[in-house]
Design a protein around this ligand. Structure first.
Ligand code: PHE
Ligand code: CO
Length: 309
């Protein structure tokens, strides 16, 4: 999710294929302009008012299932010692190694675990709709899969990013609650001029978040976990990126990169800490932030500690 314009949504990358939304204006402009579907990939013709479509699982080709298996295998092999246990355990329960999964099956298991459902969408959807889905415990997953040429690089989030990256964490009850409240917070932020700030929190937690565990730093962010390169990069010592404890207001103030690996990773100690830290009313935060300059993505403030050993 980002308040991306149509143009910056289109420079999103594979290690970074994370935008789920596009602002309403840009969305409508892009769809109108590009009736050939060149800018926004996906078929919006059959979408309902919530942008929900049928997954039409039978329509995936054997080549697409094969590409999925390759993406899955490459990515799964990178997870041990890097992804958090919550992610790995849930992924394995999802049984999605054999081909592009049928959302209905995962959705039923997910609903039993945390009351969330998966809904199929054609691709990027407007912010308001995205927030409404989250606020009602529905996670929108793009139906189409990248092409083989896009194995390492893709300009918009596809089914692999959305499903492999995001769905496992929704099996965690605390994280699942956080996501719902984020959706409610998004709807509220729209009326407060707070969207740019709130989008940074999504970026640095849901997409690029790290968690501190007794075994060391681990990944829970979907943008990293669906990326071939950043899974290794983000936990490598000696890079130019920083790994600092998540302070909510500091994060809301921090710009992010959409076309390179992250220069800052924010680390939580637990999902409960994330939930509790985002519980306060953000309205006063937004007012304060409007008076301040945003911080560049490579900022390290006095007193901030590098957490990667
Ligand atoms: N508590 C925030 C508000 O009042 C909403 C929010 C919750 C935002 C959880 C992000 C995550 O605006
Ligand atoms: Co994403």
């Amino acid at each position: 999710m980002t308040t991306a314009t149509a143009s910056n949504a289109a420079v999103d990358t594979a290690h970074n294929a994370t935008s789920t939304t596009i602002s309403n204006e840009d969305f409508l402009a892009t769809v109108a302009e590009k009736s050939d579907g060149a800018a926004l990939r996906g078929d919006y013709k059959l979408a309902d008012t919530q942008y929900v479509v049928e997954q039409n699982w039978d329509r995936y080709t054997e080549e697409e299932h094969e590409l999925w298996r390759k993406l899955y295998q490459r990515q799964e092999a990178l997870l041990p010692g890097r992804a958090c246990n919550e992610f790995i355990d849930a992924l394995h329960k999802m049984n999605a190694a054999g081909g592009i999964p049928d959302f209905e099956q995962t959705s039923a298991a997910l609903f039993k675990a945390t009351g969330w459902r998966i809904v199929a969408v054609p691709g990027l959807i407007p912010e308001f709709t995205f927030f409404e889905h989250l606020a009602n415990r529905r996670f929108p997953v793009t139906v189409w899969l990248r092409t083989p040429e896009e194995f390492n690089y893709i300009v918009e989030p596809d089914v692999f990013h959305d499903y492999f990256g995001h769905v496992p964490m929704l099996f965690n009850p605390v994280f699942a609650d956080y996501m719902q409240l984020y959706g409610k917070g998004g709807l509220k932020a729209m009326g407060l001029g707070g969207l740019d700030y709130l989008a940074r929190l999504y970026w640095y937690t849901v997409e690029f978040g790290l968690i501190n565990t007794p075994e060391g730093l681990r990944i829970y962010g979907a943008g990293i976990l669906s990326s071939g390169g950043e899974v290794e990069y983000c936990l490598k010592s000696g890079t130019t990126s920083r790994h600092i404890h998540l302070d909510i207001q500091r994060c809301l103030r921090t710009l992010y990169k959409i076309d390179s690996y992250q220069e800052s990773y924010f680390v939580i100690n637990s999902f409960q800490e994330l939930f509790d830290g985002t519980a306060p009313d953000f309205a006063p935060y937004y007012e304060k932030l409007k008076q301040l300059e945003a911080l560049p993505a490579d900022t390290l403030l006095a007193g901030e500690i590098e957490l990667l050993a």
